[in-house]
Design a protein around this ligand. Structure first.
Ligand SMILES: Cc1cc2nc3c(=O)[nH]c(=O)nc-3n(C[C@H](O)[C@H](O)[C@H](O)COP(=O)(O)OP(=O)(O)OC[C@H]3O[C@@H](n4cnc5c(N)ncnc54)[C@H](O)[C@@H]3O)c2cc1C
Length: 395
């Protein structure tokens, strides 16, 4: 089976940034992407909040991210990940064209548009119902259309759609938008935009193509009809985790829970970007997550090699685990090393400050400590306060 160091699933802003950081840390990086590298920004008309770039189209930004990852020689593969097998402590990523064993995996699969769930939505998708203004907006030249939703995406995309449509009606289930102030001001001052508040879509109807919406006012219960030829649905997002099937801890609908190092509940599996349970889902936060995940994955891989080579392979070895930023502990480490010089005892010095995960794994509660390994098994460990205690433990 193919074996790789770091496998990144998804080449959106999070995955591409992970690839850049992973390659720059010297890792062998494989990026798996089922669509076009760049992710959601490929369907974004303009980006005005990527620091240092006042204005760019989503496609331009996606292209520059991809080129940046290619510059550092990250390997791309055009495949869909179907599942991940984490049995027996291994990480096997199963794709539609073969399996890959990884030392660490970063899940950067982002999120997809939520469906409304209204009758007619499935039937008319591609025949008037759309989830992508950049992809489909131009089909509605001089027509009256509706946008469903009240967040930033809905409000911004409604403004974008006025380039084509003669009228855009935003239908929102609440009485105010959740978008930012600049976006709301732009929408409300646009003469082609109307808003229907406190209203949900009961049905999308028509013959071959969308012809009207049946609407319900959530306060009064009144049912009305709105004649439109297009409906753009921006009703929130769902995480792209169907291939994970509860492998890692997640909340509401599958958003992956991580700590600040982007570690999931499974060792060696990281998550970055929109797929995480997080406060703000944007390009800049996805990129930040991607950088953190790659650095944490790199530390994890070197820890694994460290443990394997230094502690698990020798017949008999003792590790002194200490904190390199604690002066007395660093001094004790060198005293122990000197005391054992010329004896048969095999000693490894391990910086527990930089390798916190190893400290956790060894069950060490307080540094410094000595841990003895026999044929790869931890036989005992003990907190050490002095050189005498250390010599007694080892002899
Ligand atoms: C219309 C719209 C407008 C937006 N406007 C802005 C904006 O102005 N500013 C801003 O900062 N953000 C904006 N965003 C949000 C921004 O695009 C996202 O926050 C960002 O793209 C998240 O990056 P990501 O890498 O986490 O995920 P994504 O961009 O979703 O990328 C995930 C990638 O993973 C791939 N993938 C998924 N499943 C699999 C699988 N099983 N196998 C292989 N590959 C897989 C997908 O194909 C995709 O390429 C907008 C989003 C949309 C939709």
């Amino acid at each position: 089976m193919e074996k790789r160091e770091l496998v990144i699933i998804g080449a959106g802003p999070a995955g591409l940034t992970s690839a850049i950081y992973g390659k720059r840390s010297g890792l062998d990086v494989l990026l798996l992407e089922k669509g076009i590298p760049g992710g959601q920004i490929n369907v974004t008309d303009e980006i005005e909040n990527w620091t240092g770039v006042i204005h760019a189209s989503g496609a331009e930004l996606a292209d520059s991210f991809r080129k940046h990852a290619e510059h550092f020689k990250a390997e791309f593969r055009d495949v869909e990940v179907r599942s991940i097998d984490l049995s027996n402590g291994r990480k096997i990523v199963k794709t539609d064209s073969g399996d890959i064993e990884a030392e660490a995996v970063i899940i950067a699969t982002g999120a997809s548009f939520k469906k409304l769930g209204a009758p007619g939505e499935g039937e008319f998708t591609g025949r008037g119902v759309s989830y992508c203004a950049v992809c489909d907006g131009a089909f509605f030249e001089d027509q009256e259309i509706a946008v469903i939703g009240g967040g930033n995406t809905a409000v911004e995309e409604a403004v974008y759609l006025t380039q084509f449509a003669s009228k855009v009606t935003i239908i929102h289930r609440r009485d105010s938008f959740r978008a930012d102030r600049v976006a709301i001001e732009r929408a409300m001052s646009n003469p082609r935009i109307d808003v229907i508040w406190n209203t949900v879509v009961e049905e999308i109807a028509g013959e071959d193509m969308v012809e009207k919406l049946v609407l319900k006012n959530v306060r009064t219960g009144d049912i009305t009809e709105l004649p439109v030829t297009g409906v753009f649905v921006f009703a929130g997002m769902d995480p792209n985790v169907s291939f994970m099937k509860g492998l890692v801890d997640s909340v509401g609908g599958g958003w992956i829970v991580t700590n600040e190092r982007m570690e999931t509940s499974v060792e060696g599996v990281f998550a970055a970007g929109d797929v995480r349970d997080k406060y703000l889902r944007q390009v800049i936060t996805a990129a930040g997550d991607g950088a953190t995940a790659a650095m944490a994955a790199s530390a994890y891989i070197s820890e694994q090699l460290h443990i394997q080579g230094l502690l698990l392979e020798p017949e008999h070895v003792t590790a002194f685990v200490f904190s390199s930023i604690d002066e007395p502990q660093a001094r004790l480490a060198s005293d122990i090393e000197k005391a054992l010089a010329g004896t048969d005892a095999r000693l490894v010095l391990l910086d527990g400050y930089r390798n916190k995960r190893i400290v956790e794994k060894l069950g060490i509660k307080e540094l410094p400590a000595l841990a003895e390994f026999k044929k790869g098994d931890l036989s005992r460990q003990q907190h050490i306060a002095s050189l005498d205690e250390a010599v007694k433990f080892i002899s």
